[in-house]
Design a binder for this molecule. Structure first.
Ligand SMILES: Cc1cc2nc3c(=O)[nH]c(=O)nc-3n(C[C@H](O)[C@H](O)[C@H](O)COP(=O)(O)OP(=O)(O)OC[C@H]3O[C@@H](n4cnc5c(N)ncnc54)[C@H](O)[C@@H]3O)c2cc1C
Length: 280
């Protein structure tokens, strides 16, 4: 218990806390710094339908809290939280309920992209939902070799995209093998977004990609925002806001903070040093 308490204190660099109030508090703080808030209730791979329903209810409550508190923000969900993989039909129904409420409240609803085994079904469910609600957006991962095809298909259907590099361990055959090649593909896909899309999000902390997006935005006058995770590159977020760019801060919260925090550490091992330093 004591050890868990210490770990949670350290994880609070990346997560708001375990309850909805902590996320609302961080969302307020993000708004005060000129950013919007993208709130994620932590959890994935839900197979129990009553748990999937509880996840939906948590998001519906959070959407209402965002509106009632006058917060500039929205939620970002994972489809496996709604039961994707266990009961795809009910997962889609739950997504529609969340998208419908978001639309009524004039909020966006983002869908995170998970491991590649869920990709096809996520795309199908997203596109069907997008036909009914235009306020729904989807994350797309630049590490996947197939993403250029998916991106152009999604743009043709008017999708709202958040471009990220990708965070899951995937079979070698599906992904670009090095960070250099992933970044090169990110740059290529970002070029396509600026040239052909509108209302998208550039989800990265990579200065080179951010500078490239700034340059592209001088030639292509489109609506876009930078999105970054809580606890990562805070000074850069403030710099972008003060230069007039739109920035969204992704704020995870909930009891399932351990897996998320482990992912953040593994993609940037220097975080372990920060943690050790903060212990002394
Ligand atoms: C808003 C948002 C939403 C996301 N949604 C998804 C999603 O739906 N699906 C998915 O697979 N992935 C998602 N991700 C994660 C993403 O795929 C990457 O794993 C993550 O953003 C790291 O990649 P990077 O683009 O920042 O570039 P990197 O090349 O990994 O990092 C560039 C630089 O950013 C800084 N940095 C990056 N990560 C960290 C960190 N954890 N701690 C400290 N510094 C860091 C470092 O300075 C690093 O050199 C999301 C990321 C963001 C920002």
């Amino acid at each position: 218990m004591l050890w868990e308490g210490i770990l949670l204190r350290l994880a609070k660099r990346w997560i708001s806390g375990t309850d909805a109030e902590s996320a609302i508090k961080d969302a307020w703080a993000a708004n005060k710094r000129g950013m919007s808030a993208v709130i994620n209730y932590l959890g994935e791979d839900v197979t129990d339908q009553s748990v999937a329903e509880a996840h939906l209810q948590e998001y519906l409550r959070m959407q209402r809290a965002i509106s009632e508190n006058g917060i500039n923000g929205c939620v970002s969900v994972k489809l496996t939280q709604f039961g994707l993989g266990a009961d795809d039909g009910r997962c889609e129904e739950r997504l529609l309920r969340a998208a419908g409420q978001a639309s009524g409240l004039r909020q966006l609803l983002w869908i995170d992209m998970e491991g590649s085994r869920f990709l096809e079904r996520t795309l199908e469910i997203y596109l069907r939902t997008r036909e009914r609600f235009e306020n729904v957006g989807l994350a797309l991962q630049a590490y996947l070799r197939r993403s250029e095809g998916d991106l152009t298909r999604l743009i043709d259907k008017g999708a709202r995209i958040r471009l990220v590099k990708g965070a899951y361990r995937e079979p070698h055959s599906l992904v670009f093998p090095t960070l250099g090649e992933i970044t090169k593909n990110y740059s290529k896909l970002m070029g396509i977004l600026f040239e052909r899309a509108d209302n998208f999000a550039i989800g990265t902390h990579d200065s080179r990609m951010i500078n490239e997006a700034k340059r592209l935005s001088e030639s292509w006058h489109v609506n876009f925002e930078f999105e970054m995770l809580k606890g990562v590159r805070d000074e850069l977020k403030d710099e972008l806001v003060s230069s007039g760019y739109r920035v969204g801060e992704y704020l995870p919260y909930g009891a399932e903070w351990y897996r998320y925090s482990r992912r953040r550490i593994s993609e940037h091992p220097r975080n372990i040093l920060l943690i050790i330093r903060s212990l002394f």
